[in-house]
Design a protein. Structure first.
Lengths: 421, 215
């Protein structure tokens, strides 16, 4: 099992909020490399093909470069630790068990984009994450490494730990900006993107906890080392939050591109009670369902995308035969309905109506007209919200109807594809 | 033969006559009407809540089907009645003391203080009532002004459905209108009519063949 927990969850770096222990474990070396080769940091992140691990899989270096090139006298770096999706439990582990690798990554990002302030935006419902990050940051504030960093920047670097609202919607990047401007975390229309105009109109780099946690290791060991960790064309490692009907649910750091089969049946120990694998809700769960036909898929952003789904946060909620897909979908839609921020009535009312129809179908109290209405809602709702919440909700409903038509009592097509866009 | 256009209602494509309302078009179709029906086109009951997406537009908007004229390519999804888990209990008798109006309102609707100012209620209201302003006025004690804003409210419940803080704005409006009615003198002509009726001077004729003018 040498492929497991090689970098971020490596036992050697699980030192908690203890800076000395982190430095003894090789921490700080990445920042020192960055200080010596400041102009090449973004190039190295690009060469490593580090992706945004919060769900988008967007190349991290593009945001870094956009923020670095944007004009602003008080730029921000925000570490987004709002993690609140059902089935995702990776960031809280990193923040509480190895906070210094997250802090060091954020400081390297601050050096690369010449930021004046670094903010750790943490979900307050994760008490230990907050506590350990506050301790970790207070230790860095008295460190010589930070002094060297400020000298390189030519100005002081403010570092803060800020509690997020703890709401699901608060993790959306424009909602992060709104929240840090002391408002309610309402998503905003894009553009402008935060890299151009973020907090108080200043260029703001917003990265997920896992993304930033990788940075010091890339700088320390090099882009080639990081790329070689992945399977095939995929780069680095990924934290997979495995849950649902498996024998050994838990958080697994595996090479990016590990197959779904290997994750579920090797690391996850297979299905509970020997039941058959039915489907998996991936990273959100606001993506297209993967089914038994997709067990061979490599769990990296590009390969999952080719199956018309998304890797998302790396959350994998496994469902076994005998479980109702409609019931699970109804529960997630109810979650989205409650989490909708309220700005867009189409999102708030649309998710409500989706939930009502799903509830009727699940309880067998529906008519054929309800199924037509459900499919129709999936046509008219996408794109009608300021953020992607309503689109994600529709995607999972649409996907479940397409993939498991028999559960809805819909006609089964001759050649059902495993996934739909 | 008049020109027809096509719209889709809850997944069914139907021919519609330009100038007709969505509800009228649905009535003409072959879909049996078992829900979202109340006053049948009078615009007073608020039952025919729907999401409407016009051709070429990105966003779906909340509307009343009886008040919305069909357009070619329009897509319509009807919305169920929304009943929140929490129901507010109060007795009209308790609303008589004007000095207690604000604390009673706060006690009955404590969530009123939680408004996050998202304006979702304003966007959801098919009568274009400035709902959020009404809630701000109510919370600040300007109860008469708040009640006046809700004169046009037909209790369709869309603002309640849209509110992420479960404020139930239309019910706040109804509460204030009730309080205002209880604390105010009634119109003189209404009082005189009621007196006449009590004396038996206003016979009520229920015969349907009698012209209305003789009643």
């Amino acid at each position: 099992m040498e492929k497991l927990n090689q970098v971020l969850l490596n036992p050697a770096v699980q030192v908690g909020p203890n800076l000395d222990a982190w430095l003894q474990a090789g921490g700080g070396l990445g920042l020192q490399v960055a200080l010596g080769a400041r102009s090449t940091i973004i190039r190295q992140i690009a060469d490593a093909d580090l992706r945004g691990m919060g769900g988008a899989g967007f190349p991290a270096w593009r945001k870094w470069e956009a923020t670095a090139n944007a004009v602003g006298d008080s730029k921000y770096v925000v570490c987004n630790g709002n993690e609140d999706e059902p089935g995702t439990f990776k960031d809280r582990t990193l923040l509480s068990a190895s906070p210094h690798q997250v802090v060091e990554g954020a400081l390297i990002a601050a050096l690369a984009v010449r930021a004046a302030c670094v903010i750790f935006y943490i979900n307050p419902h994760q008490g230990q994450s907050m506590q350990h990050m506050q301790l970790a940051v207070s230790q860095w504030q008295h460190s010589t490494l930070l002094q060297q960093l400020e000298q390189a920047l030519g100005h002081p670097l403010e570092i803060k730990v800020v509690a997020s609202s703890g709401r699901y919607i608060g993790g959306e990047e424009t909602a992060v900006v709104a929240s840090l401007e002391a408002g309610f975390p309402f998503p905003r229309k894009k553009p402008p993107f935060p890299a151009e105009q973020g907090i108080n109109g200043q260029p703001t780099l917003i990265n997920n906890v896992e993304t930033l946690a990788n940075v010091s290791h890339i700088l320390r060991h090099g882009a080639d080392w990081y790329r070689a960790l992945g399977v095939g064309k995929a780069s680095g490692t990924k934290l997979y939050s495995l849950s649902g009907d498996v024998l050994r649910p838990g958080l697994y750091e595996l090479p990016m591109g590990t197959s779904l089969q290997e994750l579920v049946f090797h690391y996850g120990g297979g299905m509970l009670q020997g039941k058959a694998f039915k489907a998996v809700f991936t990273g959100g769960p606001s993506n297209t369902l993967l089914t038994a036909r997709d067990l061979d898929v490599a769990l990296d952003f590009d390969s999952v995308w080719l199956r018309h789904s998304r890797l998302g946060t790396g959350a994998m909620i496994v469902i076994s035969e005998g479980s109702s897909i409609i019931r699970k979908v109804a529960e997630y839609i109810d979650f989205f309905a409650k989490g909708s921020c309220g700005q867009c009535p189409s999102c708030k009312c649309g998710t409500f109506q989706l939930a009502r129809l799903l509830d009727r179908v699940d309880g067998g109290r529906h008519s054929h007209a309800d199924l037509d209405a459900l499919q129709h809602l999936c046509q008219i709702l996408p794109g009608s919200g300021r953020c992607g919440l309503i689109d994600g909700a529709v995607t999972v409903v649409k996907s479940s109807m397409h993939t498991f038509p028999q559960e809805y009592g819909l006609p089964v097509s001759a050649e059902p594809s495993t996934a739909t866009a | 033969m008049s020109e027809t256009i096509r719209i889709s209602i809850d997944g069914k494509v139907v021919d519609a006559t330009p100038g007709n309302s969505i509800l009228h078009t649905r009535l003409e179709g072959d879909t049996p009407l078992t829900a979202n029906i109340g006053c049948m086109g009078q615009g007073v009951c608020g039952s025919c809540r729907c999401l409407v997406r016009k051709a070429g537009e990105r966003s779906a908007e909340t509307r009343l089907a009886c008040e919305t004229t069909v357009e070619d390519g329009m897509q319509v999804s009807f919305i169920d009645y929304y009943l929140p888990n929490h129901v507010h209990h109060y007795r009209p008798h308790d609303l008589r003391d004007g000095w207690q109006a604000l604390p009673q309102l706060q006690q009955t609707f404590p969530e009123l203080a939680h408004c996050r100012h998202c304006s979702g209620c304003d966007r959801a209201c098919p009568r274009h009532i400035p709902v959020q302003q009404g809630m701000a006025l109510a919370a600040s004690g300007q109860l008469e002004a708040a009640a006046a804003l809700f004169d046009a409210c037909i209790m369709c419940n869309l603002c309640t459905l849209a509110c992420p803080e479960n404020i139930r704005p239309n019910h706040v409006g109804l509460y204030l209108r009730r309080a205002q009615a209880i604390q105010n003198l009634r119109p003189g002509d209404l009082l005189r009519r009621l007196e006449q009726q009590a004396r038996g001077e206003l016979a009520i004729n229920t015969r349907s063949d009698t012209p209305r003018s003789e009643a």
